[in-house]
Design a protein around this ligand. Structure first.
Ligand SMILES: [Zn+2]
Length: 191
C-alpha cells in the first residue's frame, strides 16, 4: 500500500502512522503522528511534550511464533494513548493492545507496561486453530468489522487471528447446553 503524505511536514508516512485530524471548521487533515502530537501539545500548552519514536519489537507467543509489534503514541489532551499492534501490509491487523497514561508519564515506563501486557496475552491461547475448538472455557478477543458481512455480523480477533462469527458459533456448538457470559471492555482494559 502506498505511503501517504503528511499535510503538515510533507513526509511520506505509512498509513498506520497517520491520524485524521479535524479542525474547528469541519475540514480534515491527514497528519503524521509526530505532527498530530505537536499540534495537540501546542494547543494544550504542553511545551515539554517530547515526541518519542518507538522502534518495533518482536515477541514470541506460547506456540513459538514471532509477532512484530509497532507502536503509536498519541497525545490526547491531558492523557496519552500508547497502541501496540501487528501489521498486515501497512495496516494494523492481528494482535492489538492499548494503554492510557497521563501526559507527564515516562513514555518508556508506559512502553514497559504495554510490553508486559502483550507478553501476558501472548502466553495464553484460547482457540485450537487445527481442531477448530475452544481450548479451555474462556475466549478473549477483539470485535472488528467483517468486510464480507457488511454490518450484519462482527469478525472477532482471537489469539491474533481472525475468526468469523459463524466459525465462533460452530465452536460453541460443542458446548451445547452450557452457560456463557459475554463481557465487553474498553480497548485499554485488561481482559
Ligand atoms: Zn508530519
Amino acid at each position: 500500500m502506498a505511503h501517504t503524505r503528511c499535510e503538515q511536514c510533507g513526509n511520506q508516512t505509512p498509513p498506520w502512522d497517520t491520524i485524521h485530524c479535524g479542525s474547528g471548521d469541519g475540514h480534515y487533515e491527514l497528519l503524521c503522528t509526530s505532527c498530530f502530537n505537536a499540534r495537540i501539545a501546542e494547543s494544550a500548552g504542553f511545551t515539554d511534550f517530547e515526541n518519542v519514536r518507538l522502534d518495533p519489537i518482536e515477541l514470541i507467543d506460547c506456540e513459538g511464533d514471532a509477532h512484530q509489534f509497532h507502536f503509536q503514541l498519541r497525545l490526547l489532551g491531558a492523557r496519552i494513548a500508547l497502541d501496540g499492534f501487528e501489521l498486515r501490509g501497512e495496516l494494523p491487523a492481528g494482535y492489538r493492545f492499548q494503554l492510557i497514561g497521563e501526559t507527564d508519564d515516562d513514555v518508556f515506563v508506559l512502553l514497559g507496561r504495554l510490553v508486559e501486557k502483550i507478553r501476558r496475552a501472548l502466553s495464553v491461547r484460547h482457540i485450537d486453530f487445527h481442531e477448530r475448538q475452544i481450548v479451555d472455557s474462556t475466549v478473549r478477543g477483539r470485535i472488528e468489522w467483517d468486510e464480507s458481512q457488511p454490518g450484519h455480523f462482527p469478525l472477532v480477533v482471537v489469539d491474533g487471528k481472525e475468526v468469523s462469527w459463524a466459525e465462533l458459533g460452530g465452536m460453541l456448538m460443542s458446548m451445547e447446553g452450557w452457560q456463557f457470559r459475554l463481557d465487553i471492555a474498553d480497548p485499554s482494559e485488561e481482559l
